[in-house]
Design a protein around this ligand. Sequence first.
Ligand code: 5GP
Length: 186
Amino acid sequence: MKKGLVIVISSPSGGGKTAVCREVRKFIPAIKFSISLTTRPPRRGEKNGRDYFFVTEDEFKKYIRQNKLIEYALVHNYYYGTPKDFLEKTISRGNDIILAIDVQGAKKIKRIYPDAVSIFILPPSLKVLKQRLQKRGLDDKETIETRLKNAGKEIKQSKDYEYIVINKKLTDTAKQVCSIIESEHN
Ligand code: 5GP
C-alpha cells in the first residue's frame, strides 16, 4: 500500500498557518493533522487535545526519554514536539498528514522523511504580520515583540522550503496548498 504524504507547513507566528490548515481540511476532509505537545500555556479558546496537548516540562521530558516524539524544538521559550506514533500510523495507512511546525522541526522531518513536502506560508509583509499579531489579541506586548524578532529569522529560512505561498487571502492560500498536495500525489 502506498504511504501517505507528510506535509510540513511553517510560517512565522501570526502568518496564518493554523487558519490555512483548517481551510485546507474543508477542501480535503480526509487529511489528518498532527497535534503537537507543548509546554506553552493554552491561549484563550484553545482546547487540550484539539489544538495541542498541553503538558508540563516534566511530562514533555518524559516523552523525549521514551522516544515518543519524532522531533521537538524550543520555540519562543517553550517546548513543542510532534508525536511519533500518530504520524507513523497515519502515513502507513496511506493517509496524508499535515504538520504545522517551526523551521527547526521542518528540517528534522525532511531528514527523516526526504519525501516530505515543505511549504512556507509568508505574510504579505512584516507590517501586516505585526497587525495580525496585535489584532488577534492573544499575546502580550513582550510576546509579540519576541515573535516579531523571530519572524525575521524564520522568513530568511523560507528559501529552504520547496514551496512558498503568500498568504493574502485565506481561501486562495488554502487552494494553493491543496494544489501543491494534489500535484505532489501525481
Ligand atoms: P504557537 O505558540 O504560536 O502555537 O506556535 C509557536 C511555533 O511553534 C509555531 O511556529 C509553530 O509552528 C511551532 N510548533 C508547533 N508545534 C510544533 C512541533 O510539534 N514541533 C516544532 N518544531 N514546532 C512546533
